[in-house]
Design a protein around this ligand. Structure first.
Ligand code: FCB
Length: 448
């Protein structure tokens, strides 16, 4: 049987984020972000690592773009650091910051690579955190201003945008579980933050529509296909709950303009949150995205549990499965299940895989090249599922690999390597891994 082919305009790209690669935290008038403060707080990051230097992409971007050109990818998903544009979060914009991203975008286009820009990949200006951060409703307005400034500066050339990256991580990992900046553990605040993020997203969409610029807007959600650990009714119920917690709480407002009623009552009963003001839901409902960005890494298997406060669910680790260095299960079928589900339940939207990839040990070296066969196999199998989804009529337009280069993996510091290219953190030298060579061939062979 002949394999189905990728549509001609399907984009294979690579993905990164500002704080994870740029470094140069004190240059070009950049203000501090919450990740600068968090990473410099003892005990928060593996090995005390920080993003101070990271991959020094701020200075080495021409080299990174040259690598992408050589690799043959057509797209690059990057993020803008808010504190480079507004060092204090609001007020007057900082020209050197805008200049940097203008140069970057020009260099990408020059190399024939289409930029997709994420406005918020977690680096909130610290000055705003000091006024309450995402818990403070004013931050929503500051975000809309910041978004508008970036749209007007880059929007003549950037045609694909993500407002936020993984709002659940900002809201819950940052404010409920305290594992990400700003490192707060307050469930009510976390749920309130999630509402402010949905509003911020909506206001950025509105600002874009009002700017009259042409281009397409999305949001990158990390979604999970969720499976019950058994066919027992209580496990199925727990899986549905987990789906509400991880997926629907963000998907529903973005795609349907309303929070899921079941989760809204759970939060209202247990947390007195979120506080929703008159007009908020109308704003959210009016903010249609042109595509949904999906970050997919692994599935969740869930059983019912009473030990987890008011969250009646517990995750089960699949026996004998294949895992990455992050401890994440390798489960390509989950990508297809997830795409089918969103297609079915949310009216067949246009979608992009805004992140997919894996960290592995990368410790086998032959002929001076990292033999990351595990990453090759990971990517190949997930791309196959993407192709299968397309052949079923699912509107999947692109696949962006996390990540272009090894980088600062948040709480794990530099200990987890996701790159197609290896970075030597002593010399900052980049080198091709086997997976990058494989991808180059894959792109050629599939006419992508
Ligand atoms: C996602 C993040 C991204 C990267 C990958 C591994 O949750 O969006 O920045 O850290 O995980």
């Amino acid at each position: 049987m002949e394999r189905s082919v990728f549509p001609k305009d399907f984009i294979i790209g690579t993905s990164t984020a500002s704080y994870q690669i740029e470094g140069a935290v004190l240059e070009g008038g950049r203000g501090a972000s919450i990740w600068d403060v968090f990473s410099h707080t003892p005990g928060m990051i593996h090995n005390g690592d920080t993003g101070d230097i990271a991959c020094d992409h701020y200075h080495r971007y021409p080299e990174d773009i040259a690598l992408m050109k050589e690799l043959g990818v057509r797209g690059y998903r990057m993020s803008v650091a808010w504190p480079r544009i507004f060092p204090k979060g609001s007020g007057r914009s900082n020209m050197p910051g805008l200049d940097f991203y203008n140069r970057l975008v020009d260099a990408l286009l020059e190399a024939g690579i289409e930029p997709m820009v994420t406005l918020y990949h977690w680096d909130l200006p610290q000055a705003l955190q000091e006024k309450g951060g995402w818990g403070n409703r004013d931050t929503v307005l500051y975000f809309a201003d910041y978004a508008d400034t970036v749209f007007r500066s880059l929007g003549d050339r950037v045609k694909k945008w993500n407002t936020l990256n993984e709002p659940i991580c900002t809201a819950f990992t940052g404010h409920w579980f305290g594992r990400h900046a700003p490192g707060i553990k307050d469930a009510s605040l976390a749920v309130q933050v999630s509402h402010h993020l949905m509003l911020a997203h909506a206001m950025a969409v509105e600002a874009f529509r009002q700017s009259g610029l042409d281009g397409r807007l999305g949001i990158a959600l990390n979604l999970y296909p969720i499976y019950p650990a058994s066919q027992l009714p209580e496990d199925k119920k727990a899986a549905w709950f987990a789906d509400g917690f991880y997926n629907r709480w963000f998907l529903d407002p973005v795609m349907k303009g309303a929070y899921p009623e079941d989760m809204l009552s759970v939060y209202r009963e247990n947390l007195n949150a979120p506080v929703i003001r008159d007009g908020d839901m109308e704003k959210i409902a009016g903010s249609h995205v042109d595509f949904l960005g999906i970050n997919y890494y692994f599935r969740k298997i869930v059983k019912s549990s009473e030990s987890n406060d008011f969250l009646p669910m517990e995750e089960v680790r699949p026996e004998g499965a294949e895992f990455t260095e992050m401890g994440w299960e390798v489960y390509p079928q989950g990508l297809l299940d997830l795409l089918r589900r969103v297609h079915r339940d949310y009216d067949g939207p246009c979608m992009m895989i805004t992140e997919n990839g894996a960290a592995f040990k990368d410790n086998i070296i032959r002929d001076g090249i990292i033999q990351d066969d595990d990453r090759v196999s990971y990517l190949e199998r997930h791309l196959e599922k993407a192709r299968e989804a397309i052949s079923e009529g699912i509107k999947l337009e692109g696949y962006y690999i996390w990540s272009l280069i090894d980088n600062f993996e948040w709480g794990h510091g530099y200990s987890k390597r996701f790159g197609l290219f290896h970075v030597d953190y002593n010399t900052l030298e980049r080198s091709w891994k086997k997976s990058a060579r494989w991808l180059k061939r894959y792109i050629e062979e599939n006419n992508l």
